[in-house]
Design a protein around this ligand. Structure first.
Ligand SMILES: [Zn+2]
Length: 343
């Protein structure tokens, strides 16, 4: 089968189109004939050799994907050859304490597809039966491949962690990033008042297409906190959606109102931030971490995508052979929405 593989860590140019043997499903494995693979930032970290994701080389990346079930292992259940499916990118054991409590995103053996085992950047991928979800005929494969990791992360952050309620006010920083685009759509679906902030002037019109209640572009002479103060009559927002880290942290905390919840899934601008504890306790604030999402949450989210209530945003589709160009496109921060590979 054709696949994109890398044999050494490095820049996008290490991604090579190669021929590799088609995998065979054993046990409860399912072999999926991939139609589209979605690219995520984790793919870039793995490619570069980030210490959090050691892989044995050569390696095939890819957490997100959708396609048709080609073959099932002898113990695979709940899925049949020929099913159109989307792949759940979070892999869990199903038997540890966290899995048994339904907190499988904290599984003792948690992994992201393509961040340890071989991923979706190829004609075929092997995944456990619990990681495929049949999709309706009405949902095209590209839309199915565009939502799993980013939308699941945003879903987990907003519903389970921050418990965002209708009519609450939410500030979404770094609003043009993939996970933030998902958050805007999910928060609007939830009925919240969405205030989106970006430093990227060129993306404002695109952010507006998602119909947030207002968009703020941070540039010289404009202060995000003052804008939030005005928009909330001085009360601050109920929830801040964070993924940027040190570059936005101080303003994110300042923008939170009493009993406010800040939820974060990462720090693209760095790993460390400062916090004034007096602000935290005197205003009953909560700071919440979030890692991807659970199988149950994926099913909830997928249902909304299947019903057309959440429409995943696709930026650009590259042919599989141009995976290096697709990575470079993401690294130059030109994209708005998901970048996909057509297999
Ligand atoms: Zn587990």
């Amino acid at each position: 089968m054709k696949a994109i593989q890398f044999s050494e860590h490095g820049e996008a140019g290490v991604l090579q189109l190669v021929d590799v043997p088609k995998p065979t499903p054993h046990g409860n494995d399912v072999l999926v004939h991939v139609a589209f693979a979605g690219i995520n930032r984790v793919d870039i970290w793995v490619r570069k050799g980030g210490p959090a994701y050691p892989v044995s080389l050569p390696h095939i990346l890819g957490a997100d994907g959708a396609g048709v079930v080609e073959e099932c292992g002898p113990e695979a259940e709940g899925v049949s050859t020929g099913n159109r499916v989307v792949i759940i990118p979070a892999l869990s054991c199903g038997t540890c304490g966290f899995c048994l409590k339904g907190m499988d995103n904290q599984c003792e053996q948690f992994e992201i597809l393509g961040a340890k085992r071989q991923g979706t950047y190829g004609e075929y991928v092997l995944v456990p039966d619990q990681n495929v979800v049949p999709i309706p005929d009405s949902l095209p494969f590209d839309k199915a491949a565009a939502f799993p990791l980013a939308y699941l992360t945003a879903w987990h952050m907003l519903t389970s962690r921050a418990k965002l309620q209708p009519k609450e006010k939410i500030l979404i920083v770094g609003a043009s990033a993939g996970v933030a685009v998902a958050a805007i759509q999910i928060a609007k679906w939830r009925g919240a008042t969405v205030l989106a902030a970006t430093t990227d002037k060129a993306k404002i019109e695109k952010i507006k297409t998602l119909q947030p209640d207002d968009v703020f572009c941070e540039e010289e002479g404009k202060d995000l906190f003052k804008w939030i103060h005005k928009k909330t009559n001085g009360h601050g927002v109920d929830v801040v959606f964070e993924h940027v880290g040190p570059a936005t942290w101080e303003k994110s905390i300042k923008s939170l109102g009493k009993y406010g919840r800040l939820v974060t899934c990462g720090g693209t601008s760095g790993p460390s931030v400062q916090i004034d504890l007096r602000t935290l306790f005197s205003r009953d604030m909560s700071i919440l971490g979030a890692r991807m999402g659970t199988q149950r949450e994926f099913q909830e989210l997928a249902q909304l995508v299947f019903e057309g209530k959440i429409d995943p945003v696709i930026d650009k589709i590259f042919p599989l052979a141009e995976a290096a160009g697709a990575h470079a496109h993401i690294e130059s921060r030109q994209q708005f929405g998901k970048v996909l590979l057509k297999i």
